[in-house]
Each structure stands twice: as structure tokens, then as C-alpha cells.
Design a protein around this ligand. Sequence first.
Ligand code: G1P
Ligand code: ZN
Length: 544
Amino acid sequence: MNIRNIKTTPFTDQKPGTSGLRKPVTVFQKPHYLENFVQSIFDSLEGYQGETFVVGGDGRYYNRQAIQIILKMAAANGVGKILVGSEGILSTPAASCIIRKEGAFGGIILSASHNPGGPEGDFGIKYNIGNGGPAPEKVTSAIFEQTKVIDTYKILEAADINIDRPGSFKLGDMSVEVIDSVESYLELMDSLFDFDRIKEFIASGSFEMCIDSLHAVTGPYARAIFEKRLGAKEGTVKNGTPLEDFGGGHPDPNLVYAKDLVEIMFSENAPNFGAASDGDGDRNMILGNNFFVTPSDSLAVITANAKLVPGYKDGLAGVARSMPTSAAVDKVAAKLGIDCYETPTGWKFFGNLLDANKATLCGEESFGTGSNHIREKDGLWAVLFWLNILAVRQESVEDIVKQHWQTYGRNFYSRHDYEEVDKDPANELMDRLRSMVGEMKGKEYGNYTVEYADDFSYTDPVDGSVSSKQGIRIGFTDGSRIVFRLSGTGTKGATLRLYLESYEPDASKHDRDTQEALSDLIALAEEIAQIKKFTDRDAPTVIT
Ligand code: G1P
Ligand code: ZN
């Protein structure tokens, strides 16, 4: 076995963000860049020698090359066995499912999620721990510390392995299993949802749906589940072949980037149900006929209807949402008499709550929903959850959501993103707000009175760890709220996110346009934060 020890020097920019290390492909292609990070993962772990790891990615450009490098480095570092998705494909939820099912030590997921791909696009790498979830902060910090001092990495000199189809190989002393990318995931979904009932519902002919995989990783999963297993007609899954550049698109399932689906779903003869997923398959967007379900509402509706779904019929231990996510689910939790946790942005904060069985369902406003079945958010799981609810209730998406609002009130909600603005002024904007919030309580702005204002800090109820500076929250006495934070996943400049929420109990006002319903708060956010001045932008780049 020929293991080479390669001399290297640290890169100063390998600090993992909200979800792993994300950089332009060209950065990852720099000599030693990927290798340094992978070696730093191994160097920060203890007791992994001889153990099993899972590796796969969303199929974007550089996925295959990165996998070959990781395999050879894993072999050189004493890993026992690696499971690799066929063709290098594993959706993020499928990787989480396989890590858990196989009792693996951990996994390496190659994805930049919803960021565009291709030679000029982004690439990413993320380490997941044995529970199947993203590494918590103490692990990512340890990796980052290693990246600052690394001086050598180990790699096996060997030919590339054929990962195009399932098979077993040896790389030095390490076994490599190339596995079917879909099988384990499909089995897990089958165990949670009433597939027979959904199949019957689809076969009834009165229900049509359209699933857009945006040329990203969910294509093979969606075809296997919806078309082959659940009998939806061929062509139900659009853009179902994963492409290295996602067909030049932005694989983010929202109203702006999933515009083909939005056009279909908002047309005259729209199908009853539409959904899209992101690059690595952990996000979802749910649409009805001429109707958009906000992710915050989707979490609330799923929670309220969970007892209709076999995997959740015995009740929920609790729910969790990220801080900027609307409080719609809080109302459902209160009615169900279960705990509702508010965590910082990023799925990694749900891991402890799920492991400790404090929460069963969780979600983020950023089109992420999931449960304790794995430790990642799960796009197709959310689609199946909705299908199961629809099959049981036999009502339209719009009716289900509107009835929900009647019962719980409506949380009007929107996120305004200012993408790729200059970093320094964006930081100044945040620093300025940080210095203001201490004195804001009780302050009046027109009709609004500040009930609380802070920079969100979270103490994990399971391990007591504290995560501070997680976003500026300004809550008003009428239940409305403005939140500001800077993105931790962007790769160019800074992205300012402004989250707006107001609560409307009166059903006669539920049909208002969201932006209009929030217009006073939007103006107030500008007044308080001076967004135009600091970002040099007149308007957000994306509104969801
Ligand atoms: C964004 C979302 C966040 C999500 C993350 C990974 O992070 O806002 O909810 O967990 O992507 O998908 P951000 O760029 O805001 O740090
Ligand atoms: Zn994603």
C-alpha cells in the first residue's frame, strides 16, 4: 500500500459556515484546498480508524473528482469501510438515512445545497456525525482549528474506483461499497407514510401533481417514489436528471428560482399539487392549485395534521423551529400541549432536541422541514407528508391552509434578501443594530411598541452550549416581529436577510396580499436599520 504524506500549508478561509464549507469551485480546485479540509476532518476526529463512513453528494460539478480524492485520503487515514452512492449521488437526507441505518461513524456530504453549480458555480463539503446530522459547533470548530495548523495530508496512491454502479472494491486496506442511492431512503419513507392510500388517491384520477427536481439530486428519488412506487404518471417528475450545472439554473425551491413550476401551478388548468426540491434534496416548496404555502405555514399544518400520518399517529414529543421562522407552529404546539423550541438558524441546532426526544418535527422558514426520522431536513419527506394528508382529507391544499388559519389565525410572513452586498457596510448595519437593541424596549414607532429587542442567544437545553449573536430580533406588542441577520452560507460579499412577520387573528383579513399586509413593518425595518443606506440597494434581490 503506497501512502503518500504530502506537505501543505494552511488556508486561512476554511471556517465552516451555517452548513459546512462552501466556496466557488475554483477555490476548491486550488492545489491542496480540498485535501487540507478533508485531512482536518480526520485530524479532528478520535477513534474513527477501522470504522465505516458514508460519502456522496448532490452531483454538482467537481462531485466525482472530490469523491475520488476523499476515498484515497480515507484509505490512507485508516478508515475501515466507505459506502458511496452510485454515480456519487446521495441526497443529503439519504446520506443521513444511510449513516443511521448502517451505524456509520460519520459521513462526508458534498454539496453547496441550493447555490448554483458548474465550473463557475459553488461547491461544498460538510461533515455529519454518527447520528446522521450535521456536525455540531464544537466539531466544526475543531475542524477549523486543524485547518489553521495543518502541515501534511495523507493520500493513497491508487487508480480511481468505478463508482458508476453498485459494487465492492478495495482501496489499500479499506473496503468501498458503491450502493444504490435510493433504496434505503425509499424503504424509510415507506415505513412512515401510508403508501397504499397515497397510491389509491393518485389512481383515483381526480388528483394531479407536478414535482420539479430542478435538474438536481432528487430526480432519481422522486421518479422511484412518485412514478414507480406510487403510480403517478410518467412525466410527473420534471427536470429529473441530475446535471453537473443544474441546467444553468439556481436549484432553490422558491417562487423566484422555481419559476417554471410556479408558472404551471399558477396557470388556469393547474394541477392540484406541486412541489420542488433544492440541489441536495433537503429543501422543499409546496404549492396548491394557484396557491403558495409558506414554509412556516407548512410546518404548522404538518404539525396540526400529524396524527393522520402512520409514522406520527401516536403523537409528537415536541416541535422546534429556527428563530426567524414564523410563530405559526407555536400556536399549534400550544393547542396540542407540546413544547415548542426556538433555535438559531441552521439544522445542526435541531440535532440534540431530536436525539433527546424533545422534538419530533422541526422546520425553518428557508424551505426546510423534517422530523426525527433522520437528522437533516428532508424535501421529499415533506412532499410525502402533504400527499398523505391530502389523501386522507381529500381537500385542496388551499382549503386545508385556509381552515388552518381560521383555527389558529394567520401569521403573515416574508423574507427579504439583499444578496451580494458589500461586507463592511453590511457588518456596520448589524453592529449598529446590536448597539441599539439594548435601549429599544418600550420605544414607540408609529402604531408599534417594542416589546423586546435583542441579539438572539441560544442555550441548548440538552448540552448547555451557548450560541450567541444569532440575529437581531425586534418584537412588538401586537405580536409582529422584525429580524435581521447576515447569511452564513453565501459565498460572495454578504447577504442581509430581513424577516418580517405579523399576526392576524381576524379571518376576514386573511386574504390580504402578504407584502401589503406587511408594508408598515417593511417601512419600519427601513427606518430602524437604514437598509438602503448601508446596502446601497433600493430593493431586495429576492422576496420569499
Ligand atoms: C440558509 C438558511 C438556513 C438554512 C441554511 C442551510 O442559511 O437561512 O435556514 O439552514 O441556509 O440550508 P443562511 O444563508 O441564512 O445562513
Ligand atoms: Zn439543501
